[in-house]
Design a protein around this ligand. Structure first.
Ligand code: ADP
Length: 274
């Protein structure tokens, strides 16, 4: 009947519109991604050039051998040193980006004791926490078994998550770090009381170049790469990661790694049963 044909036609039209809207949104997301990628490259090139030109200028002045003023020599030296450190940090980050997603990149797993590793890490960040007014609380169960993980990767994971916790906390800068274990895996959680992440954005935050488009994130610097690197490093070391977040309340990232194989919990080694 005519009525039926009309309904079918209507449904088909609706479906078509739906498909177009979907294609449009997908294309838009891809365009945004490409734009972010281009911005990232432009920024990185710029950021690499700044320390490099300081080093070049200092090196040029030193190399003609005419500076005999001790203080000036010292200041050139410290310029070169500090800017080289900055360069190295940037290059390390870039390498992390380049490596992420490349499964042939090798991981150098060592047996580490999470309580010691994290305590050491927090010690090295002491000045950073003090200058940024961050309150840090580290709580751990008593006997946390070791895990097998690339120490450099574990360091990057901690660094990215704690620096995000600080960066996305406009008011109260607090980081709660907790370690627990059920004997099979070790769980590390990093909690903040910051801006939080809107529900609809939570599934994208581990994607390359994704940043939440809220006013608060918009005012911070970043390329949306940190969490994609973290996720990749966690997976490379056979772990898992998830997030719980409430906007304007805070965020908890939980990372979990299997307990080192052939570790029986008493500090002795024996062949595992599985
Ligand atoms: P970046 O910090 O460079 O933007 P990330 O990949 O580290 O990139 O994070 C992606 C996005 O996830 C951030 O832009 C931010 O919107 C959100 N985000 C990450 N960590 C937090 C956090 N602790 N609290 C609130 N938002 C966060």
């Amino acid at each position: 009947s005519l009525m039926r044909n009309l309904i079918v036609l209507g449904a088909a039209v609706l479906l078509l519109i739906g498909a177009f809207v979907f294609m449009f949104l997908t294309a838009q997301r891809e365009r945004e991604l490409a734009q972010r990628q281009a911005d990232f490259l432009a920024n990185v090139t710029h950021e690499l050039k700044t320390p490099l030109s300081v080093i070049l200028a200092a090196g040029e002045n030193l190399s003609d051998g005419r500076i005999d003023n001790k203080n000036r020599l010292k200041s050139y030296g410290s310029h070169i040193f500090n800017e080289s450190l900055r360069l190295r940090k940037m290059i390390d980050r870039l390498l992390d980006v380049a490596k992420s997603g490349n499964s042939r990149v090798h991981t150098d797993q060592r047996r580490i004791y999470p309580i010691d590793f994290i305590s050491n890490y927090l010690d090295t960040k002491k000045t950073y926490f003090e200058t940024n007014n961050v309150e840090v609380a580290f709580n751990s169960e008593k006997d946390i078994p070791p895990i097998d993980i690339d120490p450099g990767h574990f360091h990057s994971i901690l660094d990215n998550l704690t620096e995000n916790a600080v960066k996305y906390s406009p008011d109260e800068k607090y980081i709660g770090i907790a370690l627990t274990s059920d004997g099979k895996s070790v769980r590390l959680s990093i909690e903040d009381r910051g801006a939080g992440i809107p529900k609809n954005a939570q599934k994208y935050i581990f994607d390359k170049f994704f940043r939440v488009e809220e006013t608060y994130t918009a005012n911070t610097k970043g390329h949306g790469l940190g969490l994609s690197i973290v996720k990749d490093l966690v997976h490379r070391n056979h772990g898992s990661i998830n997030v719980k977040s409430v906007p304007n309340k805070g965020t908890v990232f939980t990372v979990s790694f299997p307990v080192a194989q052939s570790h029986d919990g008493n500090g002795t080694t024996e062949t595992s049963e599985t």
